[in-house]
Every structure is written in structure tokens, then in C-alpha cells.
Design a protein around this ligand. Structure first.
Ligand SMILES: [Zn+2]
Length: 148
């Protein structure tokens, strides 16, 4: 952007900073004003007073319509997001319930210790039984570490 043009933009932006967002009573589109008594957007105001509608007014109306479409899309997205969040909470609750059920089904820790003591491979004289005892001990130890 040229320097002279940039200056004009800066000047305009400074003026726009003083305006506050309002909502038109007639078309419900946002418009910007620093006068509280203004309740209509410039386009509705001109239509109401039968003033000449200029090219810039048409541009303004097009942008208002575009904005309105954006708000509608945003509402839809927010609605969908809310549904998804609701579902997520439901799934979390279900997962928590299931994990509690699974925990209560797992072998009691003190019972696990007793089983480990009972089938300790050192208690077995027979080498085949010793092998089986080792296998069972390994499995029991796995259950113990899973339940932690
Ligand atoms: Zn309006």
C-alpha cells in the first residue's frame, strides 16, 4: 500500500474505533454508530426515509446478508458442538462405569497373594509340576500387575 493511502486508511480506522456495535431494530443486522438514538442500520434508515440507495448501501446490505449467513452457520456449528460434548460426557460416564465393573471382576489382591504362595515352583518336586507352577506363577504375577 502507498504511504499516502496508508495514511487515509489509518485516519479512517481511527474514526471507526470510536463507533460501537449496535443491532438494527428493523433487519437485526449489526451496524456501527456512536449515537445511542440510532436504532436502524444506515440501509434501513435510508429505505425508511425513502432516500436514494447508493452503491455503498448496496455493498453494505450484501455484507449484512453475508454476515447473517455466517451467524446462522455459526449457530449450527455451536448446536452440533453442544451435541458432541453431551455425547462425549455420556461416553465418559459409560466408560467409567465399565471400568469400575471390570475392576470389581478382577481377582482380589489378597487372594492373588495366597495363590502365588500355594503354587510357588519351589514347593514342587516333580519337574513337570515345577514347570506348570512356574507358568501359573507368571500368569498370576501378570494379573497382579494388571490390577495395579
Ligand atoms: Zn437494518
Amino acid at each position: 500500500m502507498k504511504k499516502s493511502m496508508q495514511k487515509k486508511h489509518d485516519k479512517l480506522n481511527n474514526e471507526l474505533d470510536k463507533l460501537e456495535r449496535q443491532v438494527c431494530d428493523t433487519c437485526e443486522s449489526p451496524f456501527y454508530s456512536n449515537r445511542e438514538y440510532e436504532t436502524m442500520c444506515p440501509v434501513c434508515y435510508k429505505l425508511d426515509k425513502n432516500y436514494k440507495i447508493l452503491k455503498s448501501d448496496k455493498q453494505c446490505r450484501c455484507l449484512q446478508d453475508e454476515l447473517s449467513d455466517c451467524y446462522e452457520a455459526l449457530d449450527e456449528i455451536e448446536e452440533r458442538l453442544e451435541k458432541i460434548q453431551k455425547e462425549t460426557r455420556r461416553y465418559r460416564r459409560e466408560a467409567l462405569k465399565l471400568s469400575k465393573q471390570n475392576n470389581s471382576k478382577s481377582i482380589d489382591r489378597s487372594m492373588l497373594r495366597k495363590m502365588l504362595r500355594l503354587c510357588h515352583p519351589d514347593h514342587q518336586q516333580n519337574s513337570k509340576k515345577k514347570e506348570v507352577a512356574q507358568e501359573v506363577t507368571r500368569w498370576l504375577l501378570e494379573q497382579e500387575s494388571d490390577s495395579k
